[in-house]
Design a protein around this ligand. Structure first.
Ligand SMILES: *[C@@H]1O[C@H](CO)[C@@H](O)[C@H](O)[C@H]1NC(C)=O
Length: 400
């Protein structure tokens, strides 16, 4: 009975979040500026969503926003058994053209200060426009954050079409190219490469991004790389980075040690022994989100160029780190998994902004979760929390 009530509570919350997101997006499409004050409380935010809109950055009116006809993004997860033979045969082809570039991203044109202090790079898929919008207007916003210059890019491959014949395929490709080009003109944050955007091609995304960033963003001080379904507390992240030297090695995140390759064939992460024979993977940082220094970025770009492709992107990066004899550093404020999604566990108070205040990163959020959490944390009335010090500002040591 209690379980049923909880399920109904979950369903109601999910519905509320959905409605809120819809209204937020609707308000934004209108471009109408609201002047009333934003609400600090979740209930009020849900009931009066248009009030939340006030503190968003106004969109550039010259840059017409792009809307896609699919609002449910296809996650880049495999649908059929992975063809390792094909992967092994094809993996020497690891350089694909850049179809949409942002060559001026780090030149500081139009922005005072020149080189960025923090480049935020977010893995995304073409259909996930609404989540990109949420990230753009919340934690991924460009500009100055507490004095630090923040820039943003989204990392995309070409969506694999469901079409069966060649002509359909060409149509779909042309359709996406047009939409993504328009989105790139509007927001100047799209990087599109010519490989299929699939789960097992995330490693290609990793190496192409490292190569791109060392070519087009060589002087960046720090890089955050992560998924689009995370919430990043950028102020805590910057506080963590302030004492660090960008010319020294640094890669920090949710570190996974001694992970065993999964040998069960029905798993999404199945790796046969012929592909990886050792009993444990090298130490790696969870791909949901990690931060690295400019020095490590440049070293990783050349190290990864010499490592054979491996279909799991974060393990692959661990292999590159191992080649550099660099151990990623674990930080407790990066929670890439292990925390239930807010809509699944309202009883755990994961929607309490005080909970997020102490973290750098939380994984597994919907676009609506991201918007709401951002406004709860950044509204005019800051939450009153029992623990005044964010944990992320605590002492942190690099090395053993
Ligand atoms: C990766 O992308 C390439 C180029 O588009 C494609 O041929 C290959 O099948 C993709 N690999 C996987 C594992 O999806």
């Amino acid at each position: 009975m209690r379980r049923r009530l909880r399920l109904r509570g979950d369903a109601a919350l999910t519905l509320l979040l959905g409605v809120t997101l819809g209204l937020l997006l609707y308000a934004q499409r209108d471009g109408a500026a609201r002047t009333t004050s934003a609400s600090p409380a979740l209930e009020q935010a849900v009931q009066r969503p248009n009030l939340v809109h006030r503190s968003f950055q106004p969109l550039d009116t010259a840059a017409a926003p792009v809307f896609y006809d699919e609002d449910t993004p296809a996650p880049p997860t495999p649908t059929e058994p992975f063809d390792f033979d094909h992967y092994l045969r094809a993996k020497d082809q690891r350089r694909f053209p850049l179809l949409i570039n942002q060559p001026h991203k780090c030149l500081g044109d139009g922005l005072p200060g020149g080189r960025p202090d923090l480049l935020i790079a977010v893995k995304s898929v073409a259909a996930d426009f609404e989540r990109r919008q949420a990230v753009r207007q919340t934690w991924g916003a460009e500009g100055r954050v507490q004095g630090a210059l923040v820039r943003r890019v989204f990392l995309l491959g070409v969506p694999r079409s469901a079409g069966t014949n060649g002509a359909d395929e060409m149509d779909t490709q042309a359709h996406w190219r047009t939409l993504l080009s328009a989105e790139s003109r509007a927001y100047a944050d799209i990087l599109l490469w010519a490989f299929d955007d699939t789960f097992f091609n995330l490693t290609l995304k990793e190496i192409h991004f490292l190569t791109w960033a060392s070519a087009f963003c060589p002087d960046v001080r720090f890089v955050f790389k992560g998924d689009a379904d995370v919430f990043v507390h950028v102020v805590n992240l910057l506080e963590f980075l302030t004492p660090r030297d960008p010319s020294q090695d640094l890669l920090a995140g949710d570190v996974i040690m001694q992970a065993r390759p999964i040998r069960a064939r029905d798993s999404k992460y199945y790796i046969p022994e012929a592909v990886y024979g050792l009993s444990a993977y090298p130490t790696y940082a969870g791909g949901g989100g990690f931060v690295l220094s400019g020095a490590t970025l440049r070293r990783l770009a050349s190290a990864c160029a010499q490592v054979e492709l491996f279909p799991i992107d974060d393990v692959f990066l661990g292999m590159c780190l191992q080649r550099l004899q660099l151990t990623p550093e674990s930080h407790p404020a990066f929670r890439t998994f292990g925390i239930p999604q807010p809509s699944e566990a309202p009883h755990l108070r994961t929607f309490d902004p005080c909970f997020y205040r102490e973290l750098v990163l939380v994984h597994g959020l919907s676009a609506a979760d991201i918007w709401l959490m951002w406004h709860l944390l950044h509204g005019p009335r800051r939450p009153v929390c029992a623990h005044p010090r964010p944990a992320a500002a605590g002492p942190f040591r690099w090395g053993p």
